[in-house]
Design a protein around this ligand. Sequence first.
Ligand SMILES: NC(=O)c1ccc[n+]([C@@H]2O[C@H](COP(=O)([O-])OP(=O)(O)OC[C@H]3O[C@@H](n4cnc5c(N)ncnc54)[C@H](O)[C@@H]3O)[C@@H](O)[C@H]2O)c1
Length: 409
Amino acid sequence: MSKIKDKSLAKNGQLGYKWAHAHMQILTNSIKRLEKSKPLKGITLAFCLQITKETAVLLVGAKKLGAHVVACGGNPLTTQDDIAAFLDSQGIQIYAWSGQTKPEYEWCHAQVLSHKPQIITDDGGDLNTRAHFDKKFKHLKVFGATEETTTGINRYRAMQKKGLLRYPIIAVNNAKTKMMFDNKYGTGQSTIDGYLHAMNLLFASKRTVVCGYGWVGRGVAQKCAGMGSKVIVTEVDPIKALEAHMDGFEVLTMNEAAKTGDVFITCTGMTQVITKKHLLAMKNGAIVGNVGHFDVEIDTKSLLIHSREVRPNLDECILKNGKNIYLVSKGRVANLIASEGHPPEVMALSFSNQLHSILYILRNHKKMKPQIYDVPKEIDNQVALDALDSMNVKIDRLTKRQISYRQSW
Ligand SMILES: NC(=O)c1ccc[n+]([C@@H]2O[C@H](COP(=O)([O-])OP(=O)(O)OC[C@H]3O[C@@H](n4cnc5c(N)ncnc54)[C@H](O)[C@@H]3O)[C@@H](O)[C@H]2O)c1
């Protein structure tokens, strides 16, 4: 039995699902092609993802392919309750509602694992780490897993290094057709949307500090610049810092950026990027927020001591030096909490990689070792071709002569 907030929201959720479905042809075409052969028949799939309309398209699709589908949220705050109700109405076992406490969030993970999934799709690693380290679930016979985001993969890398992985995990995040589009364009656009909802101030003319110039940071920096901001980048990786500099952005240390920025967006996946010292150095009225996976990038503890919500998803925080600093979505993923997250066209790329990686695990798990795998190149290329096809974009192919030229010395 599912546990959700309100079953009566299912009709609204269906409207959202239909809207996303209409804009995710890359994924829905694949599902249509496979539907008759039911390749997932008899398989239990567990999904720990942001419960959004785009995720609904993947989950309903997996059910159409024959799977028993169980799901929970990949974040305690971001579940869209109407979508959860719609998924429940489609016979998907779902344990997710918005505004969960930590124990509630963890309870949902345990419910999902109690269905004994053979394949797990995770976003951030909370479900996979639970399957690995909670004694209750050590007996599970998991064929393999797929991972949606950078932070999850970083966690499995640490586990792999210590020899603790029990099953293979495909790093879907690292597929080119995932991170170059979802992390960059998806997070870029939805971050602007989230910040605008929270603050409704001009980006133009502001000095916007983007912390981290990975795929997410690149997208956020590009979109902020497009809105007219003067973008400042902070980095710890010299190559990424050089790239940001060459891309035309000002690169500063966090100590310097703290003094000059008007708006701050952390995109690193790292802890304590904006510390108490940085907060105290900021201008009165500065706005800070995060779009990295966990709410560890900003020292929100010292911000929230004296605070009050002044707009939805915006807290005014009074520091001990008397300055007011504004915090977006309490330092949690702003693009998912203050906005709806990534647009469906981008999620169609990510979730096509997810679906094809799940099918790959099903076919190959007996040969796979408990380690992290890249998405096979054929899948990545096929997703790009499907995407181009859905956008009616044609490209050239190498001629025989060109192939032979490339192979000669
Ligand atoms: N909000 C979303 O919808 C969404 C979507 C995709 C990824 N993510 C998350 O965003 C985070 C970043 O993802 P990514 O794909 O860009 O990762 P990435 O590894 O490509 O980039 C992270 C960058 O941050 C830099 N960095 C690390 N510590 C830093 C510090 N102290 N100061 C400045 N820079 C620092 C790294 O050098 C790196 O260049 C991860 O937590 C990921 O899970 C969120």
